[in-house]
Design a protein. Structure first.
Length: 124
C-alpha cells in the first residue's frame, strides 16, 4: 500500500511540476511579446507596468504550483537531508511568492490612488 502511495505521489509531483512549467512558460512568452510591443509603443511606461504586473501574476501562480509539489515531495522524502533540501527550496519559493504578492498589492494600491486622484481632478 505504501509503495502505491509513494508512486502516486511521485506522479503527482511530476504533473504539478509540469503544470508550473507550463504556467511560467506561457507567462514568459506572453511577457516577451507584450513587453516588446509596450517598449515600442508606450513612451510613458504605463503599459510596461501592466505587462510586468501580469507577468508577476503568472510567476506567483507558477511558484504556488511548485510549492505544492514541494509539500507533496516532503511527504515521501526518505532522509533528513532530503527534507532539509526541500525545506530550503520551499522557503526560497515562499519568500519569492511573498515578495511578488507584496509588490503586486503595492502596485495595485498605487494604481488605485492614482485613479482616485485623477477622478477628483476631473470631477469639480
Amino acid at each position: 500500500m505504501r509503495d502505491a502511495l509513494v508512486l502516486a505521489t511521485e506522479y503527482s509531483i511530476a504533473i504539478i511540476d509540469w503544470m508550473a512549467l507550463i504556467v511560467i512558460l506561457i507567462g514568459t512568452v506572453e511577457t516577451f511579446f507584450a513587453g516588446t510591443f509596450a517598449l515600442l509603443k508606450s513612451p510613458d511606461g504605463h503599459e510596461r507596468r501592466d505587462v510586468w504586473l501580469r507577468y508577476a501574476r503568472w510567476l506567483v501562480a507558477g511558484l504556488t504550483f511548485q510549492l505544492a509539489a514541494d509539500i507533496l515531495e516532503s511527504a515521501i522524502a526518505p532522509s533528513w537531508n532530503d527534507i532539509g533540501r526541500l525545506a530550503a527550496i520551499a522557503l526560497i519559493r515562499t519568500f519569492l511568492n511573498y515578495f511578488l504578492e507584496r509588490d503586486l498589492t503595492e502596485i495595485r494600491n498605487r494604481q488605485y490612488e492614482r485613479e482616485k486622484k485623477e477622478a477628483k481632478e476631473v470631477t469639480p
